[in-house]
Design a protein around this ligand. Structure first.
Ligand code: SF4
Length: 613
């Protein structure tokens, strides 16, 4: 294998993607472990190595006695072609062993456009693509991650899915596997035991779906199989495992930085946002633990950047003292502190100012909709005054570039709402004229739009998604409305959004389409240079499926393909929030005033029954 690999690596781009051997990787004695787990990231090394979830689960599994967790990523097409030519099976980076000798392959499904990469990896490992074709010798193929809240389109490819947070659930699964005989366990019995004895595991083969036209007509399950699989959460983030040592990438990756996770969940309840609902309930980590984890990581990795992540970082209740401490530490050592997802409020702008020092790159805000009416519909609780005041503050401190993110195709959107995006950008320009202290630099306002995709477990899960033709028209309306020279307009390719929309609310009938598209060459679909829209459309055609059927509105009493999954937030709450959306009523955030919990239902997953708000 080594000689073959050496030969191949001379002929492919970025060979460091395929060599492993990074500082901080976990190496164990094969003879001292009885369970081997290959953590498979269905995208490139650069993307996977930047993912915090992978880092956490790699640490959690390797901290489990008798388990060795290794890593594998999707090869770039040049490497895939070379591997096929040389007959080299996909291998784990740590040991170099082919994936088919492992007990488990665990895929992290972060986005729908990574589905064909799962097939590439299974096929390169010589593992049958469909779960029903695998035998007792094959590894158990599992997945987790955000897409598993509705992974029905790929259900046929997986033996088992981990729903929710995995750092406690996966070690439990490993212990059950060992108890049932490990490699010699009866696989079907093990999967059934995982679904019935453990919490948070969904075994697709134990459920049968019947369809009636575009609808799901019935979901049947075997005896003793749970009607709903409730996601797992980690109750106490302070004591949960968190990696302060990890494989440090040996080549350039998307984000090469130390990361601290401030809290899980979101207090906001934006009605289009899936993560804002599925990551609930709200649990905060204490500033002391965060500061310690930050310092340990920086000392271990030598990184020059520390990121404070969470869904809406500025909602962390201890942000000010934490920033004071970290800015002092990082400032002395010339380490950049980065804070994604800040809001347009005064503390956030003050913080941006302190973090950036003299280096004023652009500031980013995501009003998501141009008019106040539509922002109320989507529950994006930010007003034009707040946005302009934040911009004014930044301009007065020397910033001269603003990025504004919006969505097109939101429920109830009219052309006036779209034109309001241009008007808002004009107001930003006007604010700059009034507040900028140095106008010589000029101003650049970048307006970016993406297409709204209705996602499961959001109040808009029942809403229709707009067609590509309609989106093109909306883009033209906005393009015509933007006249200011300082405003630049970018929009996201609707073709990938269209497919994401199909798969996000898709069902099991889409698996043959994914297989067909993959067989005809679809690879790395999230990468513009590889995305083959025409091949996808032909695959739908061959399988006799009209993808537009999946964009339709769902009836409120309709059985949804993801009904088996319980993400914590209740359907009753989602329906209430949807009704409020159509009346233009906002749902206050969970901290708006004492006791303002809106009863989304997620806190019932906590032992104390109360969020950290
Ligand atoms: S249970 Fe209440 S406080 Fe917790 S996330 Fe839901 S609405 Fe917010």
């Amino acid at each position: 294998m080594e000689r073959k690999l050496e030969r191949i690596l001379r002929r492919v781009q970025k060979p460091a993607r395929y060599t492993g051997g990074e500082y901080g990787e976990t190496i164990k004695d094969k003879s001292a472990v009885d369970i081997r787990y290959a953590f498979c990231f269905p995208d490139t090394y650069e993307v996977g190595m930047s993912n915090l979830g992978v880092r956490i689960l790699y640490a959690a599994l390797n901290a489990t006695e008798g388990v060795w967790c290794e890593r594998a990523y999707t090869p770039w097409p040049d490497m895939e072609a070379e591997m096929r030519r040389e007959g080299l099976a996909l291998y784990a980076l740590e040991s170099g062993d082919p994936l088919n000798v492992f007990d488990f392959l665990g895929f992290s499904l972060q986005y729908e456009m990574s589905y064909t990469n799962v097939l590439t990896m299974l096929d390169l490992a010589g593992i049958p693509l469909l779960a029903r074709d695998r035998g007792p010798e094959d590894p158990i193929v599992m997945c987790g991650g955000p897409c598993t809240y509705n992974a029905e389109p790929v259900a046929d490819f997986f033996d088992i899915m981990s729903i929710g947070e995995g750092e406690e659930a996966l070690p439990e699964l490993m212990r059950l596997y060992r108890k049932m005989g490990g490699r010699s366990a009866d696989k079907r019995a093990f999967l059934r035991a995982a679904a019935t004895e453990l919490k948070g595991f969904y075994v697709p083969s134990l459920y049968r779906y019947d369809y009636d036209g575009p609808r799901t007509a019935a979901i049947e399950r075997g005896e003793g199989v749970p009607a709903r699989v409730t996601k797992r959460i980690v109750e106490d983030l302070d004591t949960a495992i968190y990696p302060t040592t990890y494989p440090v990438p040996s080549t350039e990756v998307i984000h090469d930085r130390a990361v601290i996770e401030l809290f899980r969940g979101c207090i906001r309840g934006c009605r289009f946002c899936q993560a804002g609902h599925t990551y609930r309930p709200i649990r905060e980590k204490s500033p002391q633990v965060l500061a310690r984890q930050a310092v340990e990581q920086l000392q271990f990795s030598g990184c020059e950047e520390l990121a404070m992540t969470s869904l809406s970082t500025s909602d962390y209740s201890g942000l000010r003292p934490l920033c004071d401490e970290l800015l002092a530490y990082c400032g002395e050592r010339k380490i950049n502190l980065s804070v994604p997802s800040l809001r347009a409020d005064s503390f956030s702008t003050e913080l941006s100012e302190r973090i950036s020092g003299v280096r004023k790159s652009s500031i980013t805000f995501a009003p998501e909709a141009g008019s106040q009416r539509l922002r109320d519909v989507i529950n994006k609780n930010i007003t034009e005054e707040e946005l302009l005041s934040a911009c004014g503050q930044m301009f007065s401190h020397g910033w001269s570039s603003v990025k504004l993110y919006f969505m097109l195709g939101l429920p109830t959107e009219t052309d006036d709402d779209i034109r309001a995006i241009a008007a808002l950008a004009d107001s930003v320009v006007h604010t700059w004229r009034q507040t900028a202290k140095n106008k010589m630099k000029g101003l650049r306002v970048t307006v970016s739009t993406s297409l709204f995709i209705p996602k499961p477990f959001t109040p808009f899960q029942w809403e229709p998604m707009c067609s590509m033709e309609e989106l093109q028209r909306k883009v033209s309306v906005l393009r015509e409305a933007i006249t200011a020279k300082a405003v630049v307009y970018h929009y996201h390719d609707p073709k990938t959004s269209f497919l994401e929309g199909v798969f996000a609310r898709g069902d099991r009938r889409l698996a043959p389409v994914i297989l067909e598209a993959w067989r005809n060459g679809c690879r790395l679909d999230a990468w513009d240079e590889h995305f083959k829209y025409d091949v996808w459309m032909r695959a739908f055609d061959t399988c006799g499926i009209d993808p537009r059927d999946y964009l339709r509105a769902r009836d409120l009493d309709e059985l949804l393909p993801w009904s088996v999954i319980d993400c914590g937030v209740t359907e009753a709450y989602l329906k209430r929030s949807l009704a409020d959306a159509h009346e233009g009523k906002i749902t206050p955030d969970c901290r708006a005033a004492a006791g303002r919990c809106s009863g989304c239902g997620a806190s019932r997953l906590l032992n104390g029954g109360k969020c950290d708000v």
